[in-house]
Design a protein around this ligand. Structure first.
Ligand code: PLP
Length: 390
């Protein structure tokens, strides 16, 4: 049986992509803000329903540039329950991450623990809409205003989500989106920054192009973070199908919920009121369940189903930071990270496969087809793994 991976990249039909890139053989314009780049930027401005979008070669450098563009200093309050990228972007800008705990309902920043972390060094808050769960944006905005802090959302998981009709890209001073191959919407690799103050456009555009501001002037210490035409063309194609893809994901998520709701020891994310989800991830928390998270992970693997321990380990305990931070300072994040598993989810995941995954989780039985029970010399039985099915 073919293994089921945690995700599978969405792709347009081969012919559709070929058609889209054909003109590049006429123009010979492959990167540096070409026609495809311009078109995708305009289309995303429309799709995300936000005034200001600028594209990047990936989400991580987009976040690094957003931080640089907002001139942050000193300390930045953030979450450890995220991909390494969020913390790295802060540290690589020479800033100090200060880790705030998460709440136990949707795993976003616990706004009740936020204010006590603010010092006279704090310049910003970088929360994460983790799994596409939307942060308490109103409370974060209120606190940011009160202490004169900037807010940049890591919205890598939140593409296209709306909250009471408002596009998620409109919260905070800026948001970063990732268009990596594994995300709901992809440009192979890619990303974008959306931002409130239109004056940021120029500096963001300069930062992604070596800080070059004119034919003979380089005003910033920029990098190279430009999205190329092939990436943009992939985005233009994928954007045509995005609503359909999200709808298919929704059916998968609904099936998971039907199968796994109400089972003792299995906790699913609360559905957020007013939020139109993009169904990007399906995290499950195993709390005093028959098997623990690591055992479920191994069991699924034995059945050739690859889940992911997102987000374990926390970024405040990954190798490069563990000597500087203590994950006991964020106890809820630590608790969830030790128990959470994100299950396979992509548009074309068959509902029968969802049922099978759930059945394995519910029954906790090893993959019998692959086990042959043979007696050992002492008369006891041991199980040797011999693959007898295909
Ligand atoms: C994917 C991801 C990123 C990085 O985006 P890339 O496009 O892969 O560089 C950052 N933060 C989070 C939470 C992510 O999941």
């Amino acid at each position: 049986m073919k293994p089921i991976q945690v995700t599978r990249s969405s792709m347009p039909a081969f012919e559709e992509y070929m058609e889209e890139i054909k003109v590049l053989w006429e123009s010979h314009w492959l990167t540096n803000m070409g026609e495809k780049h311009k078109l995708l930027e305009a289309e995303l401005t429309h799709y995300l329903n936000t005034p200001n979008v600028t594209l990047f070669t990936n989400g991580h450098t987009a976040l690094e540039c957003a931080i640089a563009a907002l001139n942050l200093t000193g300390e930045v309050i953030t979450t450890p329950f995220t991909f390494a990228s969020t913390t790295h972007a802060i540290v690589r800008n020479g800033l100090k991450p200060v880790f705030c705990d998460i709440n136990e309902n949707d795993y976003t920043l616990d706004v009740n623990k936020l204010e006590m972390l603010i010092t006279d060094q704090t310049s910003a808050i970088i929360p994460v809409h983790v799994y596409g769960n939307i942060c308490n944006v109103n409370e974060i905005e209120r606190i940011a205003k009160k202490f004169n802090l900037k807010v940049i959302y890591d919205a890598a998981h939140a593409f296209g989500i709306t909250v009471n009709g408002e596009g998620v890209a409109n919260f905070g001073d800026a948001s970063m989106f990732s268009f990596h191959a594994t995300k709901v919407f992809n440009t192979i690799e890619g990303g974008a920054v959306t931002f409130r103050n239109p004056n940021l456009r120029k500096v963001l555009n300069d930062l992604k192009n070596f800080g070059i501001t004119g034919p003979e002037s380089v005003e910033y210490v920029g990098g190279n973070a430009k999205m190329n035409e092939f990436q943009a063309a992939m985005g233009i194609c994928n954007l045509r199908h995005i609503d359909d893809e999200i709808m298919k994901r929704k059916a998968v998520v609904r099936r998971y919920r039907e199968n796994l709701s109400g089972i003792k020891g299995i906790k699913l994310c609360q559905i957020q009121l007013g939020v139109k989800s993009n169904n990007s991830y399906f995290p499950v928390v195993f709390e005093d369940y028959k098997l623990n998270r690591d055992e479920i992970y191994e069991l699924l693997k034995e059945h050739h189903i690859i889940a992911r321990k997102y987000f374990y380990p926390l970024t405040n305990s990954i190798d490069c930071y563990k000597d500087r931070f203590n994950s006991n300072d964020t106890p809820v994040a630590k608790y969830i990270a030790e128990r959470v598993l994100t299950l396979p989810l992509y548009a074309d995941l068959a509902l029968e496969d969802v049922d099978r995954i759930c059945e394995i989780i519910i029954e906790c039985q090893p993959n019998k087809k692959e086990y042959l029970i043979i007696p050992n010399e002492l008369g006891r039985t041991v199980s040797n793994k011999i693959i007898i099915n295909s």
